[in-house]
Design a protein around this ligand. Structure first.
Ligand code: APR
Length: 266
């Protein structure tokens, strides 16, 4: 769909009671967080089976934690971009709303999103393999690798690894909402990882108006009523009307000032 072609989304949003948004790594790309399958994507540089499976963690928890510590240090310098802000803005203007994210970076929450489910967990939470306790942890860098729980148990990142089941409540909430929403936006996902990748077609089948925003075509493109190809940070504010919404990145402090004070360049 060309940028100057009028979008019917505006009208649909004005009528809609229930609005859902599904996001992937592409929504954080302009904040400097690497995607997984893009040109410099993580899975081009690293083998997922060495770093993002329960077997890899059993084999070498130090290696896995070194990688997650590196990702946390990188993400800690990143701030929400206009696409995150547009989604938080859309939440506030929707009667019923659900953000379904595959991202573990925490940038949506930082941008002000509240009605959301994190299908793949969160990189700022850890879980003890001994007592099962889940806690927030913002240590950057981690003082000890692998980190340990107060009980002495080994901690793991509270993210979903390949081959692991998604959190059942979050998944059920996502499917229920996809089946009953009137507008479903898909932003910055390659839509190849299940079960998240099935949500857009379920919503479409149930009559939702399906809109995709992505740099390039994906398996969702043929299903979508509108496909906008380009950067989410440019397109989404215009689509949902948050382009006049002023914000300063300094508004968003994930936690106390970044030690190095470096700015994050995508
Ligand atoms: N604006 C819009 N779309 C973008 C942008 C951008 N600035 N930059 C990249 N994209 C698009 C890419 O074209 C690609 O389709 O975002 C998508 C990112 O796809 P992936 O890297 O595959 O990430 P994602 O879809 O989130 O992966 C799903 O796979 O590795 C697992 O658990 C991990 O949650 C992740 C899941």
């Amino acid at each position: 769909m060309s940028p100057d072609e009028p979008s019917a989304l505006w009208e649909r949003l004005a009528q809609a009671q229930r609005v859902a948004v599904l996001t992937g790594a592409g929504v954080s790309a302009e904040s400097g967080v690497p995607t997984f399958r893009g040109t410099d994507g993580l899975w081009h540089q690293y083998r997922a089976e060495d770093l993002a499976t329960p077997e890899a963690f059993r084999r070498d928890s130090r290696l896995v934690w070194e990688w997650y510590d590196w990702r946390r240090q990188l993400i800690a310098k990143c701030r929400p971009n206009p696409a995150h802000i547009a989604i938080a803005f859309l939440e506030r203007r929707s009667a019923e709303f659900l953000l379904i994210t595959q991202n573990v970076d925490g940038l949506h929450r930082l941008a002000g999103s509240t009605r959301m489910v994190e299908l793949h967990g969160n990189i700022w939470r850890v879980r003890c393999l001994e007592d099962g306790k889940t806690t927030e942890n913002f240590d950057v860098p981690l003082p000890a690798i692998p980190p340990r729980c107060d009980c002495g148990g080994l901690l793991r990142p509270d993210v979903i690894w390949f081959g692991e089941a998604l959190p059942p409540e979050a998944l059920q909430e996502a499917f229920d909402f996809a089946e009953s929403c009137e507008v479903f936006l898909v932003v910055g996902t390659s839509a190849v990882v299940q079960p998240a990748a099935s949500l857009p077609s379920i919503a479409r089948r149930r009559g939702a108006y399906l809109v995709e925003v992505n740099l390039e075509p994906t398996p969702i493109t043929p299903l979508a009523h509108e496909s906008h190809h380009g950067k989410a940070g440019d397109i989404l504010p215009r689509l949902v009307g948050s382009d006049n919404f002023e914000f300063r990145t300094s508004d968003f402090e994930m936690f106390p000032a970044t030690p190095s004070g470096d700015s994050c360049s995508p």
